[in-house]
Design a protein around this ligand. Structure first.
Ligand code: C2E
Ligand code: MG
Ligand code: MG
Ligand code: MG
Length: 289
């Protein structure tokens, strides 16, 4: 009987694995047409300034509206895009779309809202990156602070001459760099100095223990202090509870991002949030005297 159970368990496992593999295969095939069929879209998640609670930027998060599978999250297709060399055209599309969106919001509500874009390693090794960014800024007449690039520690682990050149060009352009998911990877502190990053985003896994666990809280507050002593601004990611926000405000963490403030939303909903904010705090809006 045990044997029979084991066999059933194995068949179930086997079926699940096969289904997973079939799904991966389908996604991998369909991803080649996702761009041309206009199935990709960006959602935007507000980043708020801790002190004022005001939206000061957004992070662009890629979504794939698959015709039969529905909304596919980036964790499920970006690794495929990276493996299939589709990440360069997809990544370029993300940057172009972000630039257009900044210009659109500027027209719609008179505010220049910077957009942070996540980059994959291949993009940072692409010698055309800096020129493209320069063109996007010029096309929409945007200042360099309109775009911010988020890199994970993993990217920093594979230094190359192309990467070094790109980072130098970005500095010249004035586009700032943030280290994403800080603390979750293996990067050494040396990278913070070497790459002259302007911002750190503390990985949201640390937030689960804030402020309940004193170890988690200590670690978060240590990262904030370390960042500040190096002249680096710090964002707390994955803020879901009011207590977490209170703690981050107390320790002087510059920015916060998480479901407590807003989930990632489409461009129209983000505009509504901006307009609502301007109505609530007219004194802060740039269009007021
Ligand atoms: P990330 O850059 O660290 O983005 C934050 C992720 O955390 C997003 O997941 C966001 O929806 C989620 N998140 C935000 N606030 C909360 C919260 O309070 N609680 C929880 N549980 N989650 C929260 P998403 O959109 O699924 O993106 C996952 C990852 O995919 C991103 O992590 C980023 O590494 C990657 N990604 C997204 N868009 C792009 C892109 O255009 N290019 C590249 N190369 N990677 C991207
Ligand atoms: Mg990010
Ligand atoms: Mg992150
Ligand atoms: Mg992440």
């Amino acid at each position: 009987q045990n044997l029979q159970q084991a066999y059933q368990g194995w068949t179930l496992f086997d079926t699940e694995v096969k289904a997973q593999m079939a799904r991966q295969q389908l996604l991998s095939n369909d991803l080649h047409h996702a761009l041309e069929r206009q199935q990709l879209m960006l959602h935007y998640q507000p980043v708020v300034e801790s002190r004022s609670g005001r939206i000061v930027a957004v992070e662009a998060l890629l979504r794939w509206q698959h015709p039969t599978l529905g909304m596919v999250p980036p964790d499920q297709f970006i690794p495929l895009a990276e493996a299939n060399e589709l990440i360069i055209p997809i990544g370029n599309w993300v940057l172009q779309t972000a630039g257009e969106q900044i210009a659109l919001w500027r027209n719609q509500c008179g505010r220049l809202l910077p957009v942070a874009v996540n980059l994959s390693a291949a993009q940072l090794h692409d010698p055309r990156l800096a020129v493209m960014l320069e063109q996007i800024l010029a096309r929409h007449n945007l200042p360099p602070r309109a775009l911010e690039l988020e890199l994970t520690e993993r990217i920093m682990l594979e230094p190359s001459p192309a990467l070094g050149a790109n980072l130098a060009q970005l500095r010249t352009l004035g586009i700032s760099i943030a280290i994403d998911d800080f603390g979750a990877g293996h990067a050494s502190f040396n990278y913070l100095l070497q790459f002259q990053v302007q911002k750190l985003k503390i990985d949201r896994m640390f937030m689960s223990g804030v402020p309940g666990s004193s170890n988690h809280s200590q670690l978060v507050s240590m990262i904030v202090n370390m960042g500040h002593s190096l002249g680096i601004e710090v964002t707390g990611e994955g803020i879901e509870q009011e207590e977490q926000a209170t703690f981050l405000r107390q320790i002087g963490c510059n920015y916060m991002q998480g479901y407590l403030f807003s989930r990632p939303v489409d461009a129209t909903h983000l505009l509504q949030q901006l307009l609502r904010e301007q109505e609530a705090q007219p004194a802060l809006s740039p269009s007021s005297p």
